[in-house]
Design a binder for this molecule. Structure first.
Ligand code: IFM
Length: 439
């Protein structure tokens, strides 16, 4: 087969993404730590990847040597504001060192200000159910921005507010473990307010900032496209899970089923769409599932499944997600995409097939500015603990030793080449060659 390659525009951001609680270790002052100690998770985060102990340096070295020119990390609110009336300047300094570390390695930093975990003191006040939390979040954001603004202009206010609200207040798998749609709607509305206030606070401190949310987009298809009920439930679930947050940041309206809540301060508060994409579901109408808005979601019967069956390799869903993101008329940054795969059997083809779809979208001149793979090194996967391994590098949690997976080399070649070639695919995942480079 003749050699071929798909190239990306100059200056494209190639990186990996991480989150504070998942990599830092010993985050004892937040709700996730408490949730873990109370036995709600498979394992505990413990030392995690020991970034707070300084191992971010070796991991940033790995990323830089592997050709990554960017990294997305998050800051931990409970470290920066350990009590309602106290800021920890040492914690801020630690984050400054990390961001300086990225700069010294020639990497662009993207900073997420909220990634699932909340300070214990905030939860004692009702967390995001409390109408005062958006203002408190904006105070924290302002303080953090002042300290870190020298190092980046790329900010994510809230990571996956849709997953945060769904998992914490509908499914009950995240703290505080509630299952109550009404509360979930209040939390969603407050998250929109929090995002909007943070957006304005960031721009007050740094005019040139580029600010967005990172939304987890699930491609939701009717299991039977001929069934009006399956079509209805797919549209409804997608409207709430995928659309609610970015649409509210566009027009200031929180639309939930047939209800609209006006949040005018949220209108026009996103400079880019942060897109987290992992997989596609097929949904069947089921009257027995009111909590799931009457939809039963499953993967395709013949799906190419990850290690624990958590993710189906559905690259076409990624293209659909990019098309959806484009509909908001803003630049797009892929803030997460990846797969759990301890043995690295599927990751090379998952990665190559998704980069191929990304290239197709870029090739239509859609304004896509970068791609952050989830994740750099195995990290604490929330309620599923250490049972799911998303890293390009494997982590031995006991010894803290890292071991490179073949996908790290494939991604390094993609980053360094600023593109994907047929030779790479032949070398790392020949089984996907025909799909990516058809003869
Ligand atoms: O690890 C998570 C991350 O915190 C948020 N997005 C999905 C990832 C994989 O499940």
């Amino acid at each position: 087969m003749p050699k071929a390659a798909y190239h990306f525009p100059r200056g494209f951001l190639w990186g990996t993404a991480t989150a504070a609680h998942q990599v830092e270790g010993n985050n004892t002052n937040n709700n996730w730590w408490a949730w873990e100690q109370d036995g709600h998770t498979v394992d505990k985060s413990g030392l995690a990847c020991d970034w707070w102990g300084g191992r971010w340096k070796e991991d940033f070295d790995r990323a830089a040597e592997a050709g990554q020119n960017a990294h997305r990390l998050s800051v931990e609110w409970s470290r920066i504001q350990p009590d309602p009336d106290r800021w920890d300047e040492n914690a801020l300094d630690r984050y400054r060192q990390m961001l300086r570390g990225l700069r010294e390695r020639g990497m662009t930093a993207m900073v997420t200000l909220h990634h699932f975990s909340d300070p214990l003191w905030l939860m004692e006040q009702g967390g995001w159910e409390n109408g005062e939390t958006p203002g408190k979040f904006a105070d924290f954001v302002r303080k953090t921005m002042e300290a870190l603004k020298e190092y980046t202009t790329l900010w994510v206010t809230i990571n996956e507010p849709n997953v945060y609200a769904y998992s914490g207040y509908v499914a009950g798998a995240f703290p505080p473990g509630k299952k109550d749609m009404k509360t979930a709607l209040r939390v969603m509305t407050n998250l929109v307010r929090g995002h909007a206030q943070a957006y304005r606070a960031i721009h007050e401190v740094q005019r040139e900032a580029r600010v967005g949310m990172a939304v987890n987009y699930r491609s939701i298809f009717p299991a039977n496209p001929k069934s009006p009920l399956d079509r209805w439930v797919a549209k409804t679930q997608s409207g709430i899970f995928n659309d609610l947050f970015p649409r509210a940041a566009q027009d200031g309206k929180v639309k939930f089923l047939y209800k609209t809540i006006n949040v005018p301060e949220a209108a026009g508060t996103q400079d880019f769409i942060g897109l987290n994409y992992y997989s596609r579901d097929y949904v069947t109408f089921d009257l027995r599932l009111p909590g799931e808005l009457f939809g039963r979601r499953a993967y395709a019967e013949d799906a190419d499944l990850s290690d624990t069956g958590f993710i189906a390799n559905e690259p076409a869903g990624f293209f659909e997600a990019l098309k959806w993101a484009r509909g908001f008329g803003k630049p797009i940054i892929v803030t997460e995409n990846g797969v759990e795969d301890a043995d690295d059997h599927m990751r090379p083809r998952y990665l190559a097939q998704h980069i191929h779809q990304l290239w197709r979208a870029v090739n239509f001149n859609w304004r896509i500015k970068g791609y952050f793979h989830w994740s750099l090194v195995d990290n604490f996967e929330w309620e599923r603990g250490w049972t799911q391994r998303f890293g390009l590098w494997e982590l031995d949690v006991e010894t803290q030793a890292r071991r490179k997976r073949p996908s790290a080399d494939l991604y390094a070649e993609i980053c360094k080449e600023n593109g994907l070639s047929s030779e790479m695919v032949e070398k790392y995942c020949p089984e996907a060659l025909e799909k990516i480079f058809p003869e």
